[in-house]
Unconditional design. Structure first.
Length: 151
């Protein structure tokens, strides 16, 4: 299967959101996604990749490059919303998408590429392990940040 990978544009947002809503059982609105994309589209550290087949978005990944002042951490990348449309899975498209992300990390001198994945995505976990990702001995913590009512 021949897939074209490229950086996403504003014209891709609807396809990205449709795919991610489907793959992750999310409910992101197009309005919210367009607003968010526009706010970061000129930030070279916020990278949205799409994979296209016959002009249709069938794969997507969001890559965030994080430069730090810490020598050991240096510059690293976090990958999220990695997905391939269900009917195109099992054709190494996810691996090719990871290859594209990895190349960007090399070009940007990242010391590592990290990702987190929800527990129910067991097929994706197998892909990540086969690609060479290691499961870290860590927990992923989250805390909701409530809006300041005094604003």
């Amino acid at each position: 299967m021949k897939v074209e990978f490229r950086l996403a544009s504003i014209n891709d947002v609807e396809g990205i959101i449709t795919l991610c809503n489907e793959c992750f059982s999310e409910n992101t609105s197009l309005e919210y996604a367009l607003k968010s994309f526009k706010e970061t589209e000129n930030d070279p550290n916020q990278i949205y990749l799409v994979g296209l087949m016959d002009g249709q978005i069938i794969a997507h990944a969001k890559l965030t490059i994080i430069p730090t002042m810490y020598e050991e951490m240096n510059t690293y990348a976090i990958l999220n919303h990695v997905c391939v449309k269900n009917e195109y899975r099992r054709h190494k498209i996810g691996t090719k998408l990871l290859d594209e992300c990895y190349k960007i990390c090399q070009e940007r001198d990242c010391v590592c590429l990290e990702l987190w994945s929800k527990n129910f995505r067991t097929a994706a976990h197998a892909c990540y392990k086969n690609y060479g990702f290691d499961v870290m001995d860590a927990k992923f913590f989250t805390k909701e940040v409530k809006k300041n009512e005094n604003k």
